[in-house]
Design a protein around this ligand. Structure first.
Ligand code: IFM
Length: 715
């Protein structure tokens, strides 16, 4: 299954549908809003790296001027789904090609009937090119008028970020618009061309900030008319002359067919690298391909200065900010299917090291502490306050920007995993080693010696389970910090042996003196880890003393336990927003025995808010369930993750794609059900645990430059 289909239009789910019908090409994405508009829509196009200041929340990805705008008038009556009658409706997103098609048979209020079809794509062959085709089959004689525009009046849910700079008609069929963000001063230009029209000369309407070309066609019953709109797009992040560049790209395609064919071929190559199929489960298969599609359209291919936000480029949620979601959930997908993309994302972290160092320094530590929420510069942009979910008039304090230190280890982990999977020594020498070493330096300096316990502690942190803040010795944080320091020492060893000049250089710039390194050794050996003789790990100091909870007592429910208890009270219970101990056991699972994982799995699983807690949780829970051989339970968690966006199970898909969940689904498939294990020497094997109703699972991955196709069958 490759096609996402909508057979009728329901205005109450329009925001959800706008999200899932998002198209993009790694440079930008456009939500699935209608060309002609609809009341209450959440229309948006987001371009990577185009951030602007916003009150309270520091900076946000800016909703770009609208390239889609197109009005169709049938004998003077404006086509709109908010009026007249919808006689037939079909919207389809072909995931194989990224082509979005909507076909509506519509009757105007005065009774004119026509079938109107819009097709659009964001070219994967030319990231500065967008294309839209409108075809109308009239069931009347008269006139069809089409107004195609570029609309500079875009805002971020009421907040205006753009100042108009200039607009002009370039020639008969082409117009351009340039605008500039108010605070960050980024220029963005759009150029629109309506090619090959043999209808009369289009009118140019020079409306300020909405340059429009108007085309009038004679209508004959049953005879279709077609209008193609090519839009070139560029920003001052790409060039000093964005409008000129946008004009060049708009002028390039010879025809709709030629542009679409180039785009199709580019997609074919993408899918070739990350082929997945599941025989016997259409829902799971489409969800997987949908997740991959969403990640691929958000993935920067030509820009190392950007990261992927927690909601990709598909919605206003989290304002385009990137989290650990990238490194732990999305990056493995790229590392094993599109390493060049993984490298770009890791380079973003390398480029933002100065901001991470400054964050650590300001907090009184050494090394690199990455921002919990990161935008263009890598400075911390987590909002300190957000509206309280109990009472939107009140504010609730957000602590992650102050307390979540595990992000630095997450970055180091992803860098290491990329290196191990690709064997890209040049990159590791140049950038990866510094990421690992400077984060190790941070963790060594952040650790506090606790003489009474004889171990190094990380106090006052927040781990992946964000229902508990201000805790000491969070299991995930401490274990990954330990891993980070150990891996830092290993990195230095490797550099000394293989790249001695780089080792000397980094030892100098990062001040890696023998005293410092012996402190690293000491911290790594003596980090506080609470593991009882059965292998049970306490999530943080005092977790087991918190009130226990039987989540079944709260069923049926439609809210998270955080909302039910309130922020303060949730802190007092043994209820998890997402797996924490299990998460680290997944990441470092070679270091735990099955019994050790089992005891934690049995303890924490019933205490986790799987349905309404974090969307990051279910896929990890599914993988750990697979490791435990609980395939039915794994499938339950997996399908919950798979439905997060397609069925809007949490009711917030309108804010954008749950990108971490999308990455987690792929990991659940490959590392969970497929049981792919990759050994340090580059050898690999599978331990398949397929759900009973799957006939087979096929996936392709890349290891050390070589592609492998795996087909697993249920017998
Ligand atoms: O990074 C996550 C976090 O783990 C849980 N809350 C949402 C964030 C963004 O997805």
């Amino acid at each position: 299954m490759w096609t996402l289909t909508e057979n009728s239009f329901d205005p109450s789910s329009q925001h959800h549908k706008e999200t899932i019908f998002t198209i993009g090409n790694g440079y930008l994405s456009t939500r699935g809003a209608f060309e002609e508009g609809y009341p209450g829509e959440s229309r948006a196009t987001f371009v990577h790296g185009v951030f602007d200041d916003a009150p309270v929340v520091f900076t946000e990805l800016v909703n770009a001027p609208d390239w889609l705008s197109m009005q169709v008038l049938l004998n003077g009556e404006k086509f709109s789904l908010a009026s007249g009658e919808i006689l037939d409706y079909l919207r389809e997103l072909d995931l194989r090609t990224g082509l979005l098609t909507r076909r509506v048979r519509w009757q105007s209020p005065s009774g004119q009937v026509a079938t109107i079809q819009f097709e659009r794509f964001a070219s994967l062959a030319d990231q500065h090119l967008l294309a839209l085709r409108c075809q109308v089959w009239p069931e009347f004689d008269g006139q069809i008028e089409i107004r195609a525009a570029l609309n500079g009046h875009a805002d971020n849910q009421g907040l205006a970020h753009w100042n108009h700079v200039t607009q002009r008609q370039e020639n008969r069929d082409t117009v351009g618009l340039q605008t500039r963000t108010r605070s960050s001063g980024i220029h963005l230009a759009l150029a629109m061309r309506l090619p090959g029209t043999n209808s009369p000369e289009p009118d140019y309407w020079d409306t300020e900030n909405i340059p429009t070309l108007r085309q009038v066609f004679p209508a004959h019953n049953g005879q279709p008319i077609t209008l193609v709109k090519f839009v070139g797009i560029a920003t001052s992040r790409d060039t000093d002359q964005p409008l000129e560049k946008a004009l060049v790209h708009a002028a390039r395609p010879e025809s709709w067919e030629a542009a679409l064919e180039a785009h199709r071929q580019a997609w074919e190559q993408e899918w070739e690298r990350c082929e997945v199929s599941i025989e016997g489960d259409e829902e799971a298969e489409i969800a997987l391909r949908f997740s991959l599609f969403q990640l691929l359209i958000a993935a920067p291919r030509h820009d190392k200065r950007v990261n992927i936000g927690a909601k990709t480029l598909s919605g206003f949620g989290y304002r385009g900010h990137a989290f650990w979601d990238t490194e732990i959930f999305m990056l493995p997908v790229f590392t094993y299917t599109a390493p060049h993309i993984a490298r770009n994302l890791l380079d973003y972290r390398h480029l933002t090291l100065p901001a991470a160092r400054e964050k650590a320094r300001q907090a009184g530590f050494e090394g690199a502490w990455f921002a919990w929420e990161s935008a263009d510069t890598g400075e911390e942009v987590t909002p300190t306050w957000v509206p309280d979910f109990h009472d939107k008039k009140k504010l609730a304090r957000v602590w992650t920007g102050d307390l979540a230190i595990h992000i630095s280890a997450d970055v180091a982990y992803a860098a290491w995993q990329y290196w191990r999977a690709t064997g890209d020594d040049a990159w590791f020498t140049e950038s990866g080693a510094e990421l690992v070493l400077d984060t190790a330096k941070f963790f060594a300096s952040r650790a506090e010696w606790q003489p009474e316990r004889g171990c190094y502690a990380y106090s006052d942190v927040i781990g992946p389970d964000e229902y508990h803040d201000h805790n000491d010795n969070n299991a995930y944080t401490n274990r990954l910090a330990q891993w980070n320091i150990q891996t830092g020492l290993q990195t230095l060893n490797w550099l000394e042996k293989n790249q001695p000049e780089k080792a000397t250089e980094l030892a100098g710039t990062l001040d890696l003196t023998p005293e410092r390194l012996s402190k690293w050794q000491d911290v790594a050996e003596k980090i506080c880890l609470h593991i009882d003789p059965t292998g049970l790990i306490e999530q943080f100091d005092g977790f087991f003393a918190l009130k226990d909870v039987n989540l079944a007592d709260y069923e049926p429910r439609t809210k998270s336990m955080h909302e039910i208890f309130g922020v303060e009270a949730a802190n007092q219970y043994q209820v998890l927003k997402q797996p924490d101990v299990l998460m680290v056991q997944y990441l470092l699972h070679d270091e735990y025995t099955d019994e050790q994982i089992r005891v934690n799995y049995d303890y924490y699983t019933p205490r986790t808010d799987h349905t309404y807690g974090s969307s990051l949780g279910p896929s990890i829970q599914a993988i750990v369930a697979c490791l435990m051989g609980d395939v039915d339970e794994a499938y339950e968690h997996f399908i919950r993750a798979a439905r997060a966006d397609l069925r809007d199970v949490r009711g917030n898909a309108g804010d954008g794609i749950h990108a971490a969940s999308a990455g987690g689904i792929w990991q659940a498939l490959v590392f969970g059900f497929g049981g792919l294990r990759i050994h340090p020497d580059g050898q690999w094997e599978t331990h398949p645990r397929l759900p009973k109703h799957w006939k087979s699972l096929t996936f392709r991955f890349t290891l050390r430059g070589q592609q492998h196709l795996v087909r697993l069958e249920n017998r």
